[in-house]
Design a protein around this ligand. Sequence first.
Ligand code: SD4
Length: 336
Amino acid sequence: MFTRRRFLHTTALSSVGILFKRSNEPHQVVVNVKDNPVVIATWGDNVKANAAAWGILGKGGRSLDAVEAGVQVPESDPTDQSVGYGGLPDRDGKVTLDACIMDEQGNCGAVMFLESIMHPIKIARLVMEKTPHVQLAGEGALQFALANGYKMENLLTPESEKVWQEWLKTSKYDPMTIPKLLEQKNQPGQRDNHDTIGMIALDASGNLSGACTTSGMAFKMRGRVGDSPIIGAGLFVDNEVGAATSTGVGEEVIRICGSHTVVELMRQGLNPELACKKTVERIVRKRGNKAKDVQVGFIAVNTKGGYGGYALQKGFTYAVHSKMGNEVFDAKSIYS
Ligand code: SD4
């Protein structure tokens, strides 16, 4: 399905017309493709989030508005235990949230270690638009949200509290994914604990934006912040090149400035899938055998609307919504 879909997508793009314009300048002048909106989100379950984003993108709306609306779907979904309401707590039983957003002009905002606010992505956008800062953390982020009219809510659902109570019996934090934890639900780092949503979109005007939101690694130390709210790690957008976002063990992504690396590799001419692959390979080179036990996945989109993803471990999926519909793809991976 993956290969055939990619082929169809490429064909559709060539019929759209202008892809590049070359100039005598040393840099290639890129003309972002118009009227070919597309939104890509980490994890197949996020087709619902993509559908919400498409509600804006499909009508010619701005990619920033689309990604902000899209990621709010898992943020308020109590059954998604890796994002927002219903997220698994830290080791002290507190749900703490990380989120960031970035637009086509390089504007960006982030919140991290934020508690009791259902939609951290909205606060991240407010940080971007209403403050001279990029990041607000913890208590300051909460005060900022309250000052802007948001209400505190209990985000720990009985289901997530139950999982935490179970975890307390051993209290072992281990972000391993395979092989020994594969059968155990909700262990940190495992598939069920990797639903962070990173969403990137190209709108009909040819502009790129992205958003990323998560409750982070379950049972993390109190105060731990992952890659998701870090511009350049969990998300990066450059309107001249493309956008990328990540999911998985954030520490591994931060060490290599993951999403920025993907975008810079696309700048060098790599297609989105290859840029994601090279970035994942960098983790393997630097971490050696440690890379075998954790999951990291990247997705990327370029200015032409081409997209792709790649992961360390098998099992990473991503959702794509374009004029061709709402679909899910299995990403290729280093380890099978
Ligand atoms: C983090 N990258 O906090 C996030 C976790 C994640 O799905 O992706 N979960 O490190």
